[in-house]
Ligand binder design. Structure first.
Ligand SMILES: NC(=O)CCC(=O)C(=O)O
Length: 261
């Protein structure tokens, strides 16, 4: 699977500008032969959380846009995440569409990040976020979710072999981002495809460092702080090979863990 990671700056509170920019990147990635294109977190509005009433996607704009593009260009899109307005409030939502334009996953961020006021403005998700793409079970989590190893493990136990992580992770903690992602790949013996934004908003500077990490922990793509598209090939047989080399999943002691819960 040829993956394209779109590492971009996001215009704060300006969905129209961001839609135009994302469309240009999607076109470039599709023209370069990407099979699956991955976008960053909250790419429609950025963290303009106090303006969600007017800015959040409440009419399905993002989904229609991603579905039309995917079908027209024959690419899968892990649509990062966007701010959405649903019946009971606002969410940080990841849409995944396949190359036929079908919606294969709608995942709302499970863990709200207090340092960026998500607990004040957003509802928390209650779904798992696993889905199938090209016959492979994949997982999707959003940014802060990676600090919860049990959540990523739940996805791996549900069959995920590739886990996608869109983010808006500040530069100030970029060492955590890098280490946590590598640990999640090694402990779950899966691919991690993580796409962070760059640039600034009124409160934070963002650290980029979008990465593709293999199941043995090697970093196959590291975009540092470059704006643009990074490409990596994923060979799924590596997951089985690493799981055979060190059979972590077979050696787990679920009953023991449950005894002390
Ligand atoms: N957008 C986020 O969830 C940021 C998470 C973050 O910065 C962290 O340190 O965790």
């Amino acid at each position: 699977m040829k993956i394209a990671c779109v590492q971009m700056d996001i215009a704060f509170g300006e969905p129209d500008v961001n839609f135009e920019k994302v469309e240009a990147y999607l076109k470039e990635a599709a023209a370069n032969g990407a099979e699956t294109i991955v976008l960053p977190e909250m790419w429609n509005t950025g963290y303009a959380l106090t303006e969600l009433e007017t800015l959040a996607d409440g009419d399905g704009r993002t989904l229609k846009f991603l579905q039309n593009f995917a079908k027209q260009h024959g690419v899968n899109i892990v649509g990062g995440s966007v701010s959405t307005k649903k019946q009971d409030g606002f969410y940080n939502t990841m849409y995944v569409v396949d190359k036929n334009g079908s919606l294969v996953s709608e995942y709302d961020k499970a863990h709200r990040f207090g340092l960026m006021d998500e607990h004040i403005h957003l509802e928390e998700g209650a779904g798992l976020g696993t889905f199938e793409l090209e016959g492979t079970v994949c997982g999707g989590v959003i940014c802060y979710d990676i600090r919860f190893p049990e959540w990523i493990r739940t996805q791996a136990l549900n069959g995920a072999k590739v886990i996608f992580v869109p983010a808006e992770w500040p530069e100030a903690r970029i060492d955590h981002w890098r280490i946590l992602l590598q640990a999640r790949a090694i402990e779950n013996q899966c691919f991690i495809v993580a796409v962070n934004r760059i640039g600034r908003d009124p409160k934070n500077e963002f650290g980029g460092s979008s990465m593709v990490i293999a199941p043995w922990g090697e970093i196959r793509l590291d975009m540092a702080k470059q704006e643009g598209i990074g490409y990596a090939e994923i060979e799924l047989a590596e997951v089985a090979e690493v799981r055979k080399r060190i059979p972590v999943f077979a050696d787990r002691r679920e009953k023991l863990y449950m005894k002390f819960k």
